[in-house]
Design a protein around this ligand. Structure first.
Ligand code: CTP
Length: 435
């Protein structure tokens, strides 16, 4: 498949707007006397027939200069410059194009960001992670659609179904590729080619991940948890000791599979009344919950997690300490107690609890809260109480809380019922104050 032309594939698989855009970028490249290519994941997905939206283009000149010229020509805008010669171009109606300078990369230190110098497309493809991600398609008008398949990626993708690194040093140079490898293998149902698997395991055993920043590791974990079926990659992270290499003693036991499956099922039911849970965060709780508290804290620190993840981890501990026993008990639990107990938790924590303790009273009670009680509300508002003669101040809040309890437990069913109860409560409060 070297030198093959895949124009027909581009024409059948790309959206019309993207195809037109690539042709126009190819014409511009001709005028500027440079070679331009669409590269990486886009080419992989096109060959697999998976829909792709955003395009990655590499030019053999400074990417941001090419992008500026293209934006002027096509009425688009260049939104951001990222590292070395890379620009993100938006063209209305055609989506986003990353335009990068063809470059070679040298890793001076394992795990550090590479030293980058402009280069030819061949060098640019050589620096990539796996053969299936190392193909390019030329877009210059004269050779539009010519596939550059210099590392056997085409057969690895279409015939062998394997992930294969380009060099022995690949995982050492960029240990995030350990996590990327696990993610792509699971996503495509591929195996790791034997030597690649051995190199990956060796990089884990040599603790190569210790040189990678928390943010980069966290970013890869988020991508894994965003896959449609994250259990397979998570299981591999656990069984291959990759989690343990990130934080000692971090593992996820096989029993967690059922929790992951249930989270997927709940997510496909659509948002519950308790609000929409972000599914990757729910999965993250499932990865974290089996660990001891001290390990959980180390994970959060190692990943340099932001406030929302830290809050989630605190919520989990609070649930375990303050709510779980009550929800698991055989005793009757009033709806208002359920409401008071669970209203303080995020949709993510609640969804996790339903999945983790599925088939038990904990899950049943959380489900009852989420589907029936979360949106309970009184008919009367604070202003109505004041109009009924309640003095402005703490009394209003107290009475509203009692009205809500009564609503939830079914002790009042109408606005009139609430007015009667509010009047009685106000009188009692007044009398209490006098005595
Ligand atoms: N790449 C790499 N090593 C990395 C990250 C990226 O070699 N650590 C290269 C690969 O060629 C990859 C391309 O950069 O195809 C773009 O990377 P990215 O956008 O992260 O991934 P995609 O391959 O597009 O995959 P996804 O579908 O997950 O976005």
């Amino acid at each position: 498949m070297h030198g093959t032309n895949i124009t027909m594939l581009l024409e059948s698989k790309l959206r019309g707007e993207s195809l037109q855009l690539l042709r126009k970028l190819g014409e511009l490249a001709d005028e500027r006397g440079v070679d331009a290519y669409v590269v990486g994941g886009v080419v992989r997905d096109l060959i697999l027939g998976v829909p792709t939206f955003d395009l990655d283009v590499v030019v053999e000149e400074r990417g941001e200069e090419f992008a500026e010229a293209a934006a002027v020509r096509l009425g688009g805008s260049v939104k951001a410059h990222t590292r070395f010669g890379t620009a993100i171009m938006g063209v209305p109606g055609s989506g986003k194009v990353d335009v990068a300078t063809a470059r070679s990369e040298v890793y001076e230190r394992p795990g550090a960001l590479p030293v980058v110098t402009p280069g030819r497309i061949e060098q640019d493809l050589e620096r990539r992670d796996f053969t299936i991600n190392s193909m390019a398609v030329k877009i210059n008008a004269g050779e539009f659609g010519r596939l550059l398949n210099l590392h056997g990626g085409y057969d690895d993708l279409t015939k062998r179904g394997v992930l294969r690194v380009l060099t022995e040093r690949s995982f050492e140079d960029d240990p995030t590729r350990i996590l990327r490898g696990v993610r792509f293998a699971a996503r495509f149902g591929f195996t790791l080619e034997a030597e690649t698997e051995q190199l990956l395991r060796q990089a884990v055993a040599e603790d190569r991940l210790t040189t990678v920043s928390g943010e980069r590791i966290a970013n890869e974990i988020v991508l894994i948890l965003g896959e449609p079926e994250p259990w397979a990659p998570v299981e591999r992270l656990a069984t291959w000791g990759i989690l343990d290499a990130i934080v000692a003693k971090w593992t996820v036991p096989p029993e967690a599979e059922a929790t992951f499956v249930e989270i997927g099922r709940l997510a496909s039911d659509g948002p519950a009344d308790g609000g929409e849970a972000e599914t990757w965060r729910v999965h993250f709780l499932a990865m974290l919950e089996p660990a001891d508290r001290s390990v959980r804290n180390m994970i959060v620190d190692r990943l340099n997690a932001g406030r929302r993840i830290r809050t989630l981890v605190l919520e989990l501990a609070r649930f375990e300490d303050e709510a779980r026993a009550l929800l698991a008990s055989d005793a009757r639990v009033r709806d208002s107690t359920l409401h008071r107990t669970l209203r303080r938790y995020s949709p993510e924590l609640l969804e996790f609890c339903r999945a983790r303790w599925r088939g038990t009273p904990v899950a049943e009670r959380v489900a009852r809260y989420v589907t029936e009680l979360a949106h309970a509300a009184t008919s009367l508002a604070g202003g109505d109480l004041v109009a009924l003669g309640v003095r402005q101040g703490p009394a209003v809040g107290e009475i509203l809380a009692k009205l809500l309890e009564a609503r939830i437990d079914g002790a009042v069913a109408s606005r009139e019922d609430e007015i009667a109860l509010a009047t009685k409560l106000a009188r009692e409060l007044d009398e209490g104050n006098k005595s």
